[in-house]
Design a protein around this ligand. Structure first.
Ligand code: ADP
Length: 151
């Protein structure tokens, strides 16, 4: 069974994440969307909200699971029999950042990181831009999957 994890904050999930998940799932038998909990970070959406948005997006796809985790991603992988880490690449700064993390993870555990290049149509989207649009009362609905709605 080929099991992969797609780790991130997903604050909130965007059309960019959605695209990577939809394409990633074709490569694996199971894809775990893993929401990393960082006690030092301030989030716009609660963990429950972030989880529920993702669950609603993929409610019809039994290959997609959603969990939250704390600590190192490689430890989560080892504890849950995960062999692959899926990440998305948008631009050179993503590449540099992801390269350092992937090399570090490979030093820590024999887990491969698989990169998918962003779709051209969603390459400019990030959760931080979405949060900025929300904070300033802009139309964020074009940037996120349908289940993501601000109350
Ligand atoms: P972080 O770990 O910095 O909180 P995110 O939760 O925003 O990151 O993203 C998790 C993963 O999704 C990362 O691999 C990131 O590169 C990828 N990603 C985010 N937005 C996009 C996008 N628009 N296109 C492709 N990949 C993306």
């Amino acid at each position: 069974m080929k099991r992969a994890i797609f780790p991130g904050s997903f604050d909130p999930i965007t059309l960019g994440h959605f695209d990577i998940i939809e394409r990633g799932i074709t490569l694996f038998d199971e894809l775990i969307i893993a929401i990393g909990i960082n006690a030092d970070k301030k989030y716009m959406f609660t963990l429950e909200e972030r989880k529920n948005f993702i669950k609603a997006c993929f409610k019809d796809n039994p290959k997609v699971k959603v969990v939250a985790y704390e600590g190192l991603t490689v430890h989560f992988c080892q504890e849950n029999n995960v062999d692959f880490i899926l990440r998305g690449l948008r631009n050179p700064s993503d590449f540099e950042f992801e390269k350092a993390i992937a090399h570090t993870n490979r030093d820590l555990a024999p887990i491969e990181t698989v990169f998918l290049l962003t779709a051209a149509s969603t390459s400019y989207i990030s959760s931080s831009i979405v949060r900025d649009v929300i904070r300033n009362n802009g139309d964020y609905t074009k940037l996120v999957p349908k289940p993501v709605r601000v109350k």
